[in-house]
Design a binder for this molecule. Structure first.
Ligand SMILES: [Zn+2]
Length: 261
């Protein structure tokens, strides 16, 4: 009987260890190539929130975002536009000094669709690799290089082309989002919201907030899309962090997401 118990115990321990090994292997299974399709969903079901802020840096908004994140002790991921980063190095320096992650959101925010059949390679190269050259000094908090495509427009041939490049193939992307993509109202209740669309439709910050919170709870967390662009998003950010903290979500960055493609 004793030996049976002992072997059962041993079996349990070895199972536990092999389980741990599998998890470790999974964590190392990060595909550092450009993906042929958008990475979606990204990180639902972990009770974690990854805040991502697109289209910055923009003076008047980025500083406020940084103040709010600092006050709440939360780190975010900024998908910045290369030409904005070039224009506002002080904002970029503050983003990294305060421990945030910087992602590549192209050089000029040109949607990569309907590109000229002859010239597409030079457009794709300059939008992504020129932005990389501007952004690489600001990627020191990054575990990886991340890319998000403007308007989520992407094609398999872009991935194949960029992965031929020694830097290009170190990228993870295009990274989509889980929460904040569009507005949906059901029975008069906001069950999804997207900041840019809220503001253009003149939806209140509180209604927009309720859409974000509902979707976060439903998906048990995920990557949130917001824009570092309009002043209303400042109030949204001030409210969304405590709302989600109260519901037990932990805030993290793309560095902690296990990417599997
Ligand atoms: Zn954008």
């Amino acid at each position: 009987m004793k030996s049976l118990l002992a072997s059962l115990l041993l079996l349990t321990i070895s199972t536990a260890f092999s389980h741990e090994d599998t998890l470790l292997e999974d964590m190392l299974l990060i595909d550092k190539d450009f993906s042929q399709i958008n990475i979606d969903p990204v990180h639902v079901g972990h009770n974690e929130i990854v805040l991502t802020f697109d289209d910055g840096p923009n003076p008047g908004v980025t500083e406020k975002f940084l103040d709010i994140l600092r006050d709440f002790g939360v780190k975010g991921t900024f998908f910045v536009i290369g030409k904005n980063a070039k224009r506002y190095p002080d904002l970029m320096n503050r983003i990294i000094a305060e421990g945030h992650v910087v992602g590549n959101h192209s050089m000029t925010h040109t949607p990569l669709k309907n590109l000229d059949p002859i010239l597409w390679k030079s457009v794709v190269r300059s939008e992504i690799m020129d932005a990389h050259d501007v952004l690489v000094p600001y990627m020191q908090n990054n575990r990886n290089y991340y890319f998000r495509a403007p308007q989520a427009t992407w094609a398999r041939r872009y991935a194949d082309f960029l992965n031929e490049d020694v830097i290009g193939k170190q990228y993870i992307g295009p990274v989509l989002w889980d929460i904040g993509g569009e507005i949906e109202i059901r029975n008069g209740k906001y069950v999804q919201a997207a900041d840019w669309a809220c503001w253009s439709k003149k939806i209140s910050v509180d209604d927009c907030l309720s859409g974000y919170v509902y979707e976060s709870v439903k998906k048990k967390g995920g990557v949130i899309l917001m824009h570092d662009l309009r002043k209303q998003s400042i109030e949204l950010l001030t409210k969304i962090i405590p709302e989600l903290q109260d519901r037990g979500f932990r805030f993290t960055t793309l560095n902690d997401v296990r990417f599997k493609q």
